[in-house]
Design a protein around this ligand. Structure first.
Ligand code: HEC
Length: 190
């Protein structure tokens, strides 16, 4: 005698989907189509995934989370440094490793200093600010003094009264960002 499982499947009731061609323990199943809303959602997730992956992982157009955190930390550090208005060599070096100060300084430099020192800092009317030769000393505080007070006889204006201490320190951070701090300067953010 034949087992029920090998019986040919019965035909579906009228108006129903077709039945799959197998029977298990006497149970049959319909061959149902996935609904369109489900399929469309599924395909949409595939399209979304490709776009998302291209934008965030491949294109380089987005800012990574790590870079955003670095930026925020730099802002916190910038506020701390700005609050401590004493500009000594160590804090000026520290500012020069901080993107917030350096970016602000670059803007001021391009607007105010580049005409004489060139946008690449390589010099023109004024001397190069990227070489190791410093007429007035290469310590950050010595440079700060030159920028603040100028060298009027040589054609370097005094910027302190024009820009104010914040902008002068930013512009100095920008110049120092092109130089390597001496080994005894502790730059670790604390
Ligand atoms: C009108 C032209 C001019 C402009 C604008 C100018 N500088 Fe100068 N700068 C000079 C000259 C000229 C010297 C050389 C002074 C000397 O030889 O004593 C100089 C010297 C310097 C030095 C000292 C370099 C050294 O070797 O010791 C620094 C630092 C400096 N400038 C920064 C700046 C900054 C920052 C700005 C913008 C806020 C600026 N300068 C704008 C003309 C200029």
């Amino acid at each position: 005698m034949k087992s029920p499982d090998s019986l040919p499947p019965a035909s579906p009731p009228p108006g129903e989907d077709p039945l799959r061609p197998h029977t298990y323990d006497g149970i049959q199943e319909y061959d149902k189509r996935l609904p369109n809303w489900w399929l469309l959602t599924f395909y949409a997730t595939i399209v979304f995934w490709i776009g998302y992956w291209m934008y965030f992982q491949q294109s380089g157009l987005s800012t990574s989370d790590g870079a955003k955190i670095d930026r925020h930390l730099a802002q916190v550090e910038a506020q701390k440094l700005a609050a401590n208005a004493a500009f000594d060599d160590a804090s000026l070096w520290k500012m020069s490793r901080n993107a917030v100060f350096v970016d602000a300084g670059r803007a001021t430099f391009n607007a105010t200093c580049a005409s004489c020192h060139h946008a690449t800092l390589t010099g023109g009317i004024g001397p190069s600010l990227v070489d190791a030769v410093w007429v007035h000393g290469g310590q950050p505080t010595q440079m700060l003094k030159v920028v603040n007070e100028g060298v009027l006889t040589k054609g370097m204006p005094a910027w302190g009264p024009i820009l104010g201490p914040k902008k002068v320190s930013e512009v100095l951070a920008f110049i120092l960002s092109h130089h390597t701090p001496p080994a005894d300067v502790a730059l670790a953010a604390k």
